[in-house]
Design a protein around this ligand. Structure first.
Ligand code: X8Z
Ligand code: ZN
Length: 675
């Protein structure tokens, strides 16, 4: 009898175990699932706190021991992720009675690679971290210097670098270069692209950075594609792109974003056409064809994604100012602390929350003198509902004043959704955080606001000219960005979907089709130009930036309507408007507990539940009218009819081989077919 009981018990245990771990989604016990979610919430918050603290310590004090501690915490958190995924996947979420619980379970399962077996899970993580390491360590030699002069001392390898036992040695990721070849993307290379107007120098840095990144990344990236697709199919998706898009909860997501792109493309083409004419004036017709695409190295940025650095070349009214209040801030004795207090007051003036004392104690608001830090501005939520911080190497400039308000908006978002469960402490979809932060800063940028806070007085200039100059600066940042932000994931999804063949020529086909840019020198499949963009190799989706740029104007218009603004949208200031504050807080408070479409429907009082580019187009309407007049004699708005000629022209300029011309012919034929 006893033996029978033991056997039965063993069988029951085996059966229950099998139910939970091997037959995904079959555990329908709702009470158990709720209990699991409660425990998950507590443990995930604790885990998130530990990881975030270790990351903060590392980025604000870059040492080997801080790096090691951070990697240890990340490894523990990875294990937790895998375990939680297996448990969550064992519940059939559709049978849970409460919608909140269903949504939480789906969130655990959806966006994870945990379905991979242990070895592959470790491998993809390792690949991503190696690709980041290669990217971040890319350095080029100064323009006009020979890279391998024998008398130049060789660079020392980091001898105590992090070594993961599972990988090739850390030092293998580094290349031997002379010590003077120490120019990194940020700040040296980016500065040259922004400020140099010497075409050969621009071409040199554009090409060299790609030479130092792409070829070393390409094979790793291809393996990453295979593993990411394996993870996606094991979780029930068609491929990794399908899995990434799932976060938007829109079954026709690709069509929706394409429709938005088509609505903003005419404005982009007007801007493009005007900018191209100014570039022809600056660089001549041998470098820029007056009816063709623009060579990608002339637009002030490594990826031609943000053109604001070439404002000097395209300024509509050079005799009127391009508003920059930096000098006035310095004259008034602004400090970084005062800039943050001002940003906090911007939000409290709208009835939103002040930041807690921990914020002022913990944040890093200026670059510390004694230690090495990562300076990119960022806002941090430590997942304990107390600790929120900003890391920013603030300088007293207008750009940093805007950035301060942007980062403070992220903190405000964190504060607003702090009472949600851990899984919902996020934007309604991946675009929301950036959209909301930028919507608030649109108010800070504009002239009426700068006047109100005593930083700007327009005494003698024509207000129309000042406005058009201002809108041009904004368009170089926002409108120029749209086709880039759109094409990055079009390319990535196509690679996940159709495979890794011809990755580079497909990249340039899309650059040409959407942005109207061509490489300034010949490219081939030995190059891997998508690898020059960090978000590609670091596994970060990008379409969120496209949607965020659209959504920020939509949110901004809603805030302006609530504030009772009348007149041009680009002149709206929501400072001190409690009504606008209420709209913002209702948008932020649900976090990710509601879908984006529910949040948009609530924000627009039922008018729409979709992200719409109407507000962006409205904001830039005065500039668009001005551009149409400027472009009235142009035979071609955009680049579509003659570009195949110019696409060939760029590689030929450098003495292309027959092969690379053939690659271009195929690319051009494909692009023509798509139109
Ligand atoms: O990646 C970033 C930020 C972090 S969210 C530094 N951005 C995108 C990019 O650099 O491509 C901000 C603008 C778009
Ligand atoms: Zn941000």
């Amino acid at each position: 009898m006893a033996r029978k009981v033991v056997i039965l018990l063993a069988f029951f245990t085996w059966y229950a175990y099998g139910q939970e771990y091997f037959r995904m989604g079959s555990n329908t016990n709702a009470a158990e699932a709720s209990q699991f979610l409660r425990e998950y919430d507590r443990e995930a918050s604790g885990m998130c706190y530990r990881v975030t603290i270790s990351q903060w310590k590392f980025v604000t004090n870059i040492t080997e021991s801080n790096r090691r501690r951070m990697l240890e915490e990340l490894a523990i958190s990875s294990k937790f992720e895998r375990l939680s995924w297996r448990k969550a996947a064992a519940y059939d979420s559709s049978r849970l009675p409460d919608a909140e619980g269903r949504r939480q379970l789906q969130k655990i399962v959806q966006n994870s690679r945990a379905a991979l077996p242990d070895d592959k899970f470790a491998e993809i993580q390792q690949l991503i971290s190696e690709m980041k390491e290669i990217y971040n360590s890319a350095k080029i030699c100064p323009f006009g210097q020979k890279p391998y002069d024998s008398h130049v001392p060789r660079i020392q390898y980091p001898s105590t670098g992090y070594q993961d036992p599972m990988t090739s040695s850390y030092t293998q990721l580094y290349e031997e270069t002379p010590a003077y070849c120490d120019m990194q993307l940020d700040p040296e290379i980016s500065r040259i692209l922004a400020h140099s107007r010497i075409e050969s120098e621009l071409l040199y840095v554009w090409r060299s950075f790609r030479d130092k990144t792409g070829p070393k990344l390409k094979n790793r990236f291809m393996r990453y594609v295979t593993l990411a697709n394996d993870a996606a199919t094991a979780t029930g998706y068609r491929d990794a792109g399908h899995q990434m898009r799932e976060a938007y909860e829109d079954s026709s997501f690709r069509a929706s974003v394409e429709e938005i792109y088509n609505q903003v493309a005419p404005l982009y083409k007007q801007l493009f056409t005007y900018v191209r004419r100014r570039l022809v004036q600056r660089y001549g017709e041998t470098t820029v064809r007056s009816d063709g695409p623009i060579p990608a190295h002339l637009l002030g940025n490594m990826w031609a994604q943000n053109w604001k650095s070439i404002m000097d070349l395209v300024m509509p009214f050079p005799q009127s100012p391009n508003v920059d209040v930096t000098a006035e801030m310095l004259r008034q004795g602004f400090t970084p602390l005062r800039m943050f207090q001002m940003a906090e007051e911007f939000y409290t003036s709208m009835g939103l929350k002040p930041v807690p004392p921990e914020f002022w104690r913990g944040s890093m608001l200026v670059r510390p003198a004694q230690r090495s830090v990562q300076c990119t501005a960022s806002a941090w939520d430590f997942c304990n509902r107390i600790d929120y911080r900003i890391k920013q190497c603030t300088e007293v400039t207008m750009q940093d004043l805007i950035s301060t308000h942007h980062e403070m908006a992220h903190i405000q978002y964190y504060l607003q959704y702090a009472d949600q469960p851990q899984l919902f402490r996020d934007g309604a979809n991946p675009a929301f955080h950036e959209a909301v932060a930028n919507a608030a800063t649109l108010s800070v940028y504009n002239l009426p606001h700068l006047q109100r806070v005593g930083l700007y007085q327009n005494k003698s200039h024509d207000p129309y000219e000042v406005s058009i100059n201002f809108l041009m600066t904004m368009a170089l940042e926002k409108v120029a960005y749209l086709p880039f932000a759109f094409m990055v994931d079009q390319w990535r999804w196509s690679v996940f979907e159709d495979g890794v063949q011809n990755m580079n020529s497909r990249w340039w086909q899309m650059k040409l089709r959407y942005q109207g840019v061509v490489p300034p020198t010949s490219r081939s499949e030995a190059d891997f130009d998508p690898g020059s963009k960090y978000h590609i190799i670091s596994d970060q989706e990008y379409i969120k930036y496209f949607l965020a740029t659209i959504l920020e104007f939509q949110v901004f218009e809603q805030l302006c309507m609530a504030a009772g603004h009348a007149g041009h949208l680009h002149e709206c200031d929501v400072y001190r408007s409690r009504e606008a504050g209420r709209v913002l807080s209702e948008l932020m408070h649900p976090g990710a507990s509601k879908t984006a479409s529910d949040v948009i429907r609530a924000m627009t009082k039922g008018k729409t539940n979709r992200i719409s580019p109407e507000s962006l187009v409205k904001y830039f309407r005065p500039l668009e009218l001005w551009l149409r007049v400027q472009n009235r004699d142009e035979p071609l708005i955009g680049w579509s009819s003659n570009y195949h000629d110019v696409a060939l022209f760029a590689p030929l300029r450098d003495g292309a081989t027959v092969d690379s011309v053939a690659v271009w012919l195929v690319a051009v034929a494909a692009v023509l077919c798509l139109h």
